[in-house]
Ligand binder design. Structure first.
Ligand SMILES: Cc1cc2nc3c(=O)[nH]c(=O)nc-3n(C[C@H](O)[C@H](O)[C@H](O)COP(=O)(O)OP(=O)(O)OC[C@H]3O[C@@H](n4cnc5c(N)ncnc54)[C@H](O)[C@@H]3O)c2cc1C
Length: 473
């Protein structure tokens, strides 16, 4: 068998993995290390979504936007650069050049696999243990589905010109003249801000009220206020699109009404699991109301079948480190069947790389949570840098155990990690306050919020003492 086509109709292995993205590669590695004979299947072997059309090219575009933004705000510091000019062709070329290097390195881990451990082709279940791949058949003791997700495109945009998704936006030869972004989630907002800072006339629309997937209303409001200084954000609006010559006219209604012609529309309205035409109906798996197999997120196993899910295709937490972790759990358990041992999942952590970064860490805030907050408009280091805006809120239980946090503050990606690690290590607010923090840093903002939590716990302990209750009840 070679990597381009199955030659034998009946190939067998211990663990077959469908999809050579982050989750699939991780599953293959983990199953192989656990002693299984593995076969990795992919329709294209084009490199992971992360490297080719996801995390990396979007961060490259944001890096260009950051450079432009730094120049445009230099006069704040008494520094007067010559007029800012953005060479859109050069921007997009750099994005693609560096992106291609990331893709090459992602492909290398596929090419390092022995020829007989990979098959290029589209896999489809014909039974719970057998896949059809371009007319050939593969039987496996266990199968990991790691087929990723794809950009959903609402009907109104079908068949219109200049509709972009994450799959083609990075192929633009130059920056668009104007851009409507459909979807105020992490993907939509990152790209909206990147293009806006590079001089594109950007407008964002979303039917819902949530931005950057933030569940904390106060933090979301703070982020929204800051983003709206750069581009309009129409939440709670329904959009209809029609062709207007080479452009697209959008008419929107709801919380705001209006119409405008855009040269391009970027659809970032969600990425459903890539499970269509996979033959799931031949597996006997129990599906949820969206057609996704039900699975256990501790073992990644689908019921008692020898089929596992990993990565974006399970519609659980569509971020890279979770895809990788899920792949490792699924691959290991697939290799060790019939025993599928549960793995502890790490503290939830999701970051949106807008400026300011926003993040959700741990559990969302609930009514019982004790909350400490810091408004970054008065944060020392943020003032120094002229970036003093945003809000950070930390949640703890009645004993001070840190449970979660939400933030939209400068350099928030680093604070989000500190908080996620503290929650992971089961620290209390008091313990985190004892950690060294250098001056003057953004991290000092944490102290303000943590002190508030400690003060509030002290007050509630005192109230409990007065009422004759034991502390923390
Ligand atoms: C624009 C964008 C920005 C992002 N930014 C971030 C970020 O900053 N941080 C972060 O953590 N996450 C980010 N993500 C999310 C992250 O990229 C994904 O969570 C991750 O790449 C999912 O990996 P995966 O292995 O599940 O899927 P993929 O990498 O998409 O792999 C799926 C593979 O399955 C193959 N396949 C599908 N069906 C079949 C079939 N029937 N037969 C054979 N092969 C098949 C496909 O060809 C593909 O290679 C971003 C995503 C996007 C789109």
């Amino acid at each position: 068998m070679n990597s381009s086509k199955m030659q034998k109709p009946d190939v067998t292995c211990d663990v077959a993995i469908i999809g050579a993205g982050t989750a699939g590669l991780s599953a293959e590695r983990s199953a192989r290390r656990s002693g299984a004979k593995t076969i990795l299947i992919d329709e294209y072997f084009a490199g992971t979504t992360c490297a080719s059309i996801g995390c990396m090219p979007s961060k490259l575009l944001l890096a260009a936007a950051k450079a432009a933004h730094s120049v445009s705000r230099a006069p704040l510091f008494g520094v007067n650069p010559k007029t800012l000019t953005v060479d859109g062709t050069a921007v997009m070329e750099r994005v693609r050049n560096l992106r291609d290097a990331f893709v090459t390195s992602a492909r290398k881990s596929i090419e390092d696999l022995p020829q007989d451990a990979r098959i290029k082709g589209r896999a489809k279940f014909i039974s719970a243990d057998t896949l059809e791949i371009d007319g050939g058949f593969l039987r496996a003791k266990a199968i990991v589905i790691a087929t990723g997700s794809f950009p959903g495109i609402p009907k109104t945009f079908a068949d219109l010109p200049n509709i972009l998704t994450n799959e083609n936006v990075f192929e633009l030869a130059d920056l668009p003249d104007s851009l409507a972004v459909i979807g105020a989630g992490p993907l939509g907002l990152e790209l909206a801000q990147a293009f806006a800072r590079l001089g594109v006339d950007v407008c964002v629309f979303d039917e819902g009220d949530t931005i950057a997937a933030l569940k904390d209303d106060a933090v979301a409001k703070s982020l929204r206020t800051l983003l709206e200084m750069e581009f309009p954000l129409h939440l709670g609006t329904k959009v209809n699109a029609s062709r207007s010559g080479e452009n697209i006219e959008l008419v929107w209604s709801g919380r705001s009404n209006g119409k405008k012609i855009f040269s391009h529309v970027l659809v970032a309205a969600g990425r459903p699991p890539n499970l269509v035409n996979l033959g799931l109906e031949n597996t006997g798996l129990e599906l949820d109301e969206h057609g996704t197999p039900k699975f256990d997120r501790q073992t990644m196993r689908c019921g008692s079948a020898n089929i596992f899910l990993a990565g974006d295709c399970d519609a659980d937490v569509p971020v890279l480190h979770e895809a990788s972790a899920e792949g490792a759990i699924a691959g290991n358990n697939a290799a060790k069947l019939p025993y599928a041992s549960p793995s502890r999942r790490s503290t939830p952590l999701a970051i949106t790389f807008t400026d300011p970064h926003s993040a959700s860490i741990g559990k969302p805030c609930d009514d019982a949570a004790i909350v400490g907050a810091v408004d970054f408009s008065d944060q020392g280091r943020a003032k120094v840098e002229g970036r003093n805006a945003g809000l950070l809120r930390i949640y703890a239980d009645s004993r001070g155990n840190l449970t979660g946090a939400s933030l939209a503050v400068p350099e928030g990606e680093h604070l989000a990690h500190l908080l996620a690690w503290a929650i992971e290590m089961k620290h209390t607010a008091m313990q985190l306050l004892e950690m060294p923090i250098y001056h003057p840093t953004y991290e000092e903002g944490l102290r303000t919020a943590l002190r508030q939590i400690c003060d509030r716990i002290e007050i509630s302990f005192a109230a409990d003492r007065d009422a004759g209750l034991s502390p923390g009840v």
